[in-house]
Every structure is written in structure tokens, then in C-alpha cells.
Ligand binder design. Structure first.
Ligand SMILES: Nc1nc2c(ncn2[C@@H]2O[C@H](COP(=O)(O)OP(=O)(O)O)[C@@H](O)[C@H]2O)c(=O)[nH]1
Ligand SMILES: [Mg+2]
Ligand SMILES: [Zn+2]
Length: 365
């Protein structure tokens, strides 16, 4: 890749590692193919099309069916933030023909346990929550676990919005309590998302070439923050119900925006129920205080439930510990389901093999 191409793409998040991945993809594709593939970043994904950015401008592109099928076979999909290669047909229409393996990926599971990629290649995850009826430390811990599972190098940052609405005293109390509960690895900020000065508070997480995603319930203030960071109104924002502070789903799809200061931000629609695609390691990272204290429990296999001499129960917020137990149960249920699904698949494959063999012998082959 030419230096000038890298220089053009670096402000929208291209790293040397991703550039090498794209180059490798490009050289494997080049065999016998005359038209060169161009690198670009995905800023929106729709059913059959996507919007891409080439460092200069945005343009529409088609998704290549074979690529979509190959990715979905591995429980994956093209997502906002991905780095891809595109090829143009004679009319100039672009098609995404390859995707670089993401450096980080936020993945949630739906009620059926199916994986959904939310966003790829991010540096910061702003966990946005209102200091109104939306405030819920357990939900924030769930988001921290979601981010821990995204791969190392993604920093979770809690952004408590509506500080102006809650009042300064309440905001300070809630912020300090949450910071104590989460520990020092997760910064917590209370902001007025509508105030221009909030862009300066979040600027350290949005350096040139960095990408941040905004996660949180509908009505938490993600689109408001996006507009404040951009310094202009790009995203529609919606009113929340006074009774339960819930928002209408004003934002319906994810979109990546380039910030005037150099970074990128991805606005997302809220999800009602959040199930992180967890593994034991990610859970241990998200709750590293529990992991560290466990070494001091009297019993080596302490479950931190009712055992005597439990160092975890003695030190950790009981509600946080309860949440850790709950996420652990979900994790075991999900991995059990994955095992069952694999067993089911191998049984089904064995049956089709037998079926084919029977058909063959009937035909007398
Ligand atoms: N007073 C106040 N209102 C806010 C703040 N952040 C968001 N809002 C309001 O909350 C509502 C929902 O915001 P929106 O950005 O659409 O939430 P989203 O669903 O997370 O994108 C809108 O009416 C916003 O104006 C804030 O910090 N202070
Ligand atoms: Mg929104
Ligand atoms: Zn214990």
C-alpha cells in the first residue's frame, strides 16, 4: 500500500497491523484479477448494501454474497468499523470483496443465543447511562463484561449523562459510588451531554486515528453525545418517557462519524436486553477485583457463596458479587447450549451420511 494511501486512511483508524492484513488479502485476491482492490472502512451496514469511507469521502457499496455467506458460517458478519477491500465494476459501483480480520469486536447474543456483531476495530467503548431512571450499576457491569470480551486494548469508559438534570450533588455521589464499585480500571465521568464543554472531557479518549463506540439503552443520550462531539447536529435525538426514563428507538442503525479533532465515533441504537457473548476469561477481566481477592479465600475452590473465610464476600459490594454470580450462570448456560448445538449438528451430519449410504446401496452402487 502506498504511503499516501496509508496517510489518507490513518485519520479514520487504519493501523499498520490492519494495513498489513489488507495487503495480504489484496495479494491473495490479485491472482489473475486485473482490477485492483481498494481499501476502505465500513461506516454503515444495511441489508444488502453498506456505506464506506475511503479517507476522502463516503460512498455506497454492495456486499458480496459469497463473502457474507462465508462470514456467517463462522458466526460473523460485516460490521461498522470493519476494514474491507472493494472492487468497482465498469459503471463504478463498488462491491466489498474481502474483510480484514478485526483487531477487536463487540459481540452480543440475542434471546435465542445467536451472536450479533455490534462493531469492529475500536479503542474506546463509552458506556452511556443517564443519571435519571436509567441509572443501573448492574447494567453497566454487564456492558463492562461485553467490552472485556471484545479483545484486549478496548478501554471501557462510563459516561453518566444528564448531570444537569440530576443536580451536581447527586451526580457527584453516584459517580463516586460507581467508581468505587467498578475499580480504577474503568474511568467514570458525569456530564451534561448537551453542553459543548463535554467534548473536552471525552477528548483524551478520542485521539487522532482512535475509534470510540457509544453503547447504552435507548434514551441514555448517545446521539446527543455524538452531536456534541461532532460539534453539529447529525444524529436525530428523541424524548424519553417521564415515567421510566426510557427512550423511543430514534436511532435505528449504527453509523461511524469522523470527528473534527481526528478520531471517529460510532453511534448505535439501544438494545433492551443485553447479553454479552462471554467467556470465563472476559468475565474474570471485567471483575478482576473478585479474581484477585479469590486468592485470599480460605478454600481454594471457594465459590464466594456461603463458605467461611471468603475474602471476596468480605470486600466486594454484595450487589456487584450477585451480578457476577448471575453473569457466571448465563455464561455456563450459553457454553452448554453451544456444546448441545455442536452435538446436534454432528448427529444430523451422521444421519445424512447414513441416509446417503442407504440411498447408494438401494441404487446398487
Ligand atoms: N438535560 C439533559 N438531557 C439530555 C442529556 N443527554 C441526552 N438528553 C436528552 O435525552 C433524550 C434522549 O437522548 P438521545 O441522544 O436521543 O438518546 P439515545 O437514544 O441514547 O441516542 C433527548 O431528549 C436528549 O435531549 C443530558 O446530558 N442532559
Ligand atoms: Mg440515538
Ligand atoms: Zn470466596
Amino acid at each position: 500500500m502506498h504511503q499516501d494511501v496509508f496517510d489518507r486512511l490513518q485519520p479514520i483508524g487504519l493501523t499498520p497491523a490492519l494495513m498489513r492484513a489488507l495487503e495480504t488479502l489484496g495479494s491473495t485476491l490479485a491472482h489473475g484479477d486485473p482490477s485492483p482492490a481498494e481499501p476502505a472502512r465500513v461506516t454503515e451496514v444495511h441489508r444488502e448494501t453498506a456505506v464506506l469511507h475511503d479517507g476522502g469521502a463516503e460512498f455506497p457499496a454492495r456486499l458480496h454474497r459469497r463473502l457474507v455467506t462465508a462470514l456467517s458460517a463462522g458466526g460473523n458478519a460485516i460490521a461498522v468499523g470493519d476494514w474491507v477491500l472493494v472492487q468497482r465494476d465498469p459503471s463504478g459501483m463498488a462491491t466489498i470483496i474481502a474483510r480484514a480480520e478485526p483487531q477487536s469486536q463487540i459481540v452480543r447474543r440475542d434471546a435465542d443465543g445467536l451472536r450479533h456483531v455490534v462493531v469492529s476495530n475500536i479503542d474506546t467503548a463509552f458506556l452511556v447511562m443517564g443519571l435519571d431512571g436509567d441509572f443501573n450499576p448492574r447494567r453497566i457491569e454487564r456492558y463492562v463484561a461485553l467490552v472485556s470480551a471484545a479483545g484486549s486494548g478496548v478501554l471501557p469508559v462510563v459516561v453518566l449523562t444528564k448531570r444537569d438534570w440530576a443536580g451536581v450533588a447527586v451526580a457527584i455521589d453516584e459517580t463516586e459510588a460507581l467508581q468505587r464499585r467498578l475499580g480504577q480500571g474503568v474511568p467514570v465521568h458525569a456530564v451534561d451531554g448537551t453542553a459543548p464543554a463535554t467534548a473536552q472531557v471525552l477528548a483524551p479518549y478520542l485521539r487522532a486515528g482512535h475509534t470510540a463506540v457509544l453503547l447504552g439503552s435507548s434514551g441514555a443520550g448517545k446521539s446527543t453525545l455524538t452531536n456534541t462531539l461532532l460539534g453539529r447536529t447529525v444524529q436525530d435525538t428523541g424524548a424519553v418517557r417521564a415515567t421510566d426514563s426510557r427512550g423511543k428507538h430514534t436511532t435505528t442503525y449504527r453509523s461511524l462519524h469522523r470527528l473534527p479533532g481526528g478520531g471517529c465515533v460510532v453511534d448505535t441504537p439501544g438494545v433492551r436486553t443485553l447479553r454479552p457473548d462471554l467467556d470465563a476469561e472476559a468475565l474474570a477481566v471485567a471483575f478482576n477485583d473478585i479474581d484477585a481477592l479469590a486468592a485470599q479465600c480460605r478454600f481454594r475452590d471457594c465459590r464466594h457463596q456461603d463458605e467461611p473465610g471468603c475474602a471476596v464476600r468480605a470486600a466486594v459490594d454484595p450487589d456487584r458479587l450477585g451480578n457476577w454470580h448471575k453473569l457466571g450462570r448465563e455464561l455456563r448456560r450459553d457454553s452448554m447450549n453451544a456444546l448441545e448445538r455442536r452435538e446436534q449438528l454432528s448427529q444430523w451430519k451422521a444421519r445424512t451420511r447414513e441416509g446417503r449410504a442407504r440411498a447408494k446401496s438401494k441404487r446398487g452402487e
